[in-house]
Design a protein around this ligand. Structure first.
Ligand SMILES: NC(=O)c1ccc[n+]([C@@H]2O[C@H](COP(=O)([O-])OP(=O)(O)OC[C@H]3O[C@@H](n4cnc5c(N)ncnc54)[C@H](O)[C@@H]3O)[C@@H](O)[C@H]2O)c1
Length: 418
């Protein structure tokens, strides 16, 4: 049976995000139906209609949309993942823009429905957009937004947490303790791996990969080896300088090296963390053959996307190598797990919570709203997508007159705005 939002909230003991919240100065929400799907309506007299497929945290996002003259309809559909048919009902016959979720399939059918309804803008509530067929949007002249920058540190911290939890066997020891099995200190009780001065390997040294790399290098004096089709000179320079600092303090310096292949990272690293985006080049990037190249006592972390790992192959590998550990935030067929994964004591598994800090989730809502509101108001794409901070706080009327991150700006002919 599919989990439903209301039940999940009860389980989490949380209030629904944004329910009945009125942004400063705006009227409280009313409820309505969009072709049978319940919606919460904000700013009903707004000239442009924007659909938000899930309640979002905070209220800055709502302030941005209402200040842009949008009527905002937030789906109250109880299903956790809304299927194409439900999203089409939400879009209806007139819709100017949508904020959607990574659990939705934004392909030709939805972009066609959005276009037919007069849609001018779509933003994913995520930095990754592998659920969006961007060419289908571009073909119809619809700009697609994402939310980079605000997930970086939060996601990197969760990857670091998974690394430590897996290396030091924290969940296993926690279960043992709760079961009342602890009878006293022993030299060999839950012995794990020390990270200090070992080698951390990164696949995908973009924003999150680089932030995670710095955490592991600075926190544990690990050496870094990474693979990315593009060098990250800023990261390399930072680590070189940190190595110099250590040398001046009389400590062993750390080293950084970009290698030409994923295989070199896998062979060399004691910890491998995936931070690439999911596309045809990274689907099943970690498979049975590449797992065999890794050290038998390595730690593999995935806070990128589930399909980057062949999960069945990982389960088989971990059964064979009990000292091999994995920390997983994402799964190949979410929300399902590969058979046997949940029974493995050497796997640390959490339910796709890498970006789950309130600051990040609110910031994602702000950026998604600013993407949709910006395009609807006729603004161009923000010229500095690597610095989205001007959108995150300050008075709404002083926001940059731009959409913060549009991934297909060039394809749809959206000009750049300062
Ligand atoms: N688990 C979560 O909740 C969560 C949260 C945020 C982001 N993510 C995932 O993390 C990914 C990275 O986010 P980001 O903000 O760092 O993006 P980014 O674009 O800054 O970094 C991605 C990096 O991957 C590199 N890359 C592309 N193809 C590669 C390949 N074949 N091999 C190695 N590297 C490759 C790119 O060159 C880039 O440097 C997102 O695409 C998203 O899927 C997951």
């Amino acid at each position: 049976m599919a989990l439903r939002n209301s039940g999940a909230r009860l389980l989490r003991g949380l209030q629904p995000f944004g329910a009945a919240a009125a942004p400063n100065g705006a009227r409280a929400a009313s409820t309505a139906s969009a072709n049978g799907v319940p919606v919460e309506v904000h700013n009903p007299s707004g000239a442009a209609r924007v659909v938000v497929t899930k309640p979002l945290p905070g209220d800055r996002w709502l302030q941005i949309l209402t200040a842009a003259g949008c009527r905002v309809e937030v789906s109250q559909c109880p299903d956790i993942s809304q299927d194409v048919a439900t999203v089409k009902k939400l879009i209806g016959s007139r819709c100017d823009g949508v904020i959607g979720q990574l659990t939705e399939d934004w392909g030709a059918e939805l972009f066609e429905a959005l276009k037919a309804a007069g849609g001018r803008a779509y933003s994913n509530y995520a930095v990754g957009y592998n659920n969006v067929k961007v060419p289908e949007a571009s073909k119809r002249g619809i700009p697609v937004g994402n939310t980079p920058g605000v997930l970086t540190e939060t996601t990197a911290e969760l990857a670091a947490a998974l690394t430590l939890a897996a290396a030091r066997r924290v969940p296993e020891a926690d279960v043992f303790m709760r079961a009342g099995k602890y009878k006293g200190w022993l030299p060999d009780l839950f012995v794990g791996a020390l990270l200090q001065n070992k080698t951390v390997g990164i696949v995908g040294a973009g924003r999150i990969g680089a932030a995670y790399a710095r955490m592991m290098v600075e926190g544990h004096k690990m050496n870094l080896v990474y693979y990315d089709p593009y060098p990250n000179k800023g990261l390399e320079e930072y680590i070189r300088k940190y190595g110099e600092l250590l040398r001046h303090s009389g400590e062993a310096p750390v080293a950084v090296r970009r290698v030409e292949t994923v295989e070199e990272v896998l062979k060399e690293a004691d910890v491998v963390s995936l931070h690439c985006n999911l596309d045809d080049t990274t689907r099943h990037l970690i498979n049975a053959e590449r797992l065999r190249m890794m050290k038998p006592n390595a730690v593999l972390v995935n806070a990128a996307r589930g399909p980057c790992i062949d999960e069945a192959a990982l389960v088989a590998h971990m059964k064979k190598h009990p000292d091999f550990r994995a920390g997983l935030d994402v799964f190949e067929h979410e929300p399902a797990m590969a058979p046997g994964l949940a029974d493995l004591p050497n796997a640390v598994i959490v339910p796709h919570i890498a970006s789950a800090s309130l600051w990040t989730r609110s910031g994602m809502a702000t950026l998604a709203a600013a993407n949709v509101a910006g395009v609807i108001q006729g603004f161009g794409a923000w010229a500095k997508p690597n610095d989205i901070t001007p959108f995150l706080d300050g008075p709404i009327p002083s926001l940059p007159r731009a959409a913060p991150s549009i991934v297909n700006a060039k394809e749809v002919g959206l000009p750049t705005a300062a």
